[in-house]
Design a protein around this ligand. Structure first.
Ligand code: 13P
Ligand code: SF4
Length: 302
């Protein structure tokens, strides 16, 4: 579209003037991914926020991602172009609820998925993402860990550790609606295709998968595989990167309705407006950020 082209040019000019970097999650709309300096999974974007040059980060994703960037780079200005882009799973546990669980299991450290509020991170010992959850859990000394908030990721990690996982009952509204029936239907349509799923899927879906990985892990697997056809069990925004980075492979969504509405709230106009007004800016109160930083830095060190 002509209008989009102009907005794109404006963004590139403003980005230069402001010395800003644009980070986009793999689930972002295609046109947003296309103007980003880096598109990646939660861990790659957290690392980039901590290390990339630039005074301003425009975070095209959901609120906990922008909060994490603010916590690890407090000297940078972090903008979330779609102010109301949240992660419903992150809202499924509060800091007070976590304090209650901690009082029941005082010897168990808390591993929190990065999909949590800053307040919950502040109450946690170490953070993890989908790509390092097993490593993080195995890195703690204790024999049992409180794992919040994703029960499915908790169950997945349990397969690879001798430690006892005490999972919170949260879930991702997008991945949890994928069922074994979706897998059977997709297999009937694409016999022989390799099934790749995200660890936020239910255990019974994980059981049917050939490979389980974070969003960027899925992309790497497709690009490096000798196979030609893949069924992709995660949010459909990932298909854009798969087409760009693995053009010789055929990728089919496991569920056409696996769409994260919050990830789709960002558009080019909101990115441009954020660069003009330097709003909406994500601020995390210093006292909470200081406590949450420990959990994130411990994860980045693993
Ligand atoms: P990744 O870290 O694998 O990109 O996942 C983030 C997320 O929100 C998945 O729903
Ligand atoms: Fe949250 Fe699920 Fe959306 Fe990821 S896909 S941001 S976990 S609701």
């Amino acid at each position: 579209m002509q209008g989009d082209l102009l907005v794109r040019e404006e963004i590139l000019r403003l980005k230069e003037d402001r010395q800003a970097i644009i980070l986009a999650h793999n689930y972002q709309p295609a046109e947003v991914q296309d103007i980003a300096d880096l598109t990646g999974d939660s861990l790659e974007l957290s690392r980039a926020a901590a290390t990339m040059d630039g005074d301003i980060i425009v975070f095209c994703g959901v609120d906990f991602m922008a909060e994490t960037a603010t916590i690890i780079s407090p000297e940078k200005m972090v903008l979330l172009p779609a102010q109301d882009a949240c992660c419903p799973m992150a809202e499924m546990i509060t800091a007070d609820e976590l304090k209650l669980v901690k009082s029941r299991y005082p010897d168990a450290p808390v591993v929190c998925y990065v999909n949590t509020t800053a307040e919950v991170k502040a109450e946690s010992d170490i953070c993890c993402t989908s790509s390092n959850a097993v490593k993080v859990v195995n890195s703690v000394r204790e024999d049992r860990v409180i794992f919040v908030p994703d029960r499915n990721l908790g169950h997945y990690v349990q397969r690879f550790t001798r430690k006892k996982i005490l999972p919170w009952e949260g879930f991702c509204v997008v991945h949890d609606q994928i069922t074994p029936n979706h897998v059977r239907e997709a297999q009937a349509l694409h016999p022989g295709a390799i099934i790749l799923v995200h660890p936020e899927c239910r255990p019974e879906v994980i059981d049917l998968a050939d490979h389980v990985a974070s969003t960027s892990g899925i992309i790497r697997h497709v690009c490096n595989s000798v196979e030609k056809e893949f069924i992709i069990g995660t949010e459909v925004g990932i298909l854009h990167r798969l087409v760009l980075e693995c053009p010789t492979k055929k990728c089919f969504p496991l569920s056409q309705t696996a769409i994260c509405r919050n990830m789709k709230k960002t558009d080019l106009r909101k990115v441009r407006d954020a660069l003009i007004s330097l709003q909406p800016r994500i601020i995390v109160p210093e006292e909470i950020a200081d406590r949450a930083r420990g959990a994130i830095e411990r994860m980045l060190a693993v």
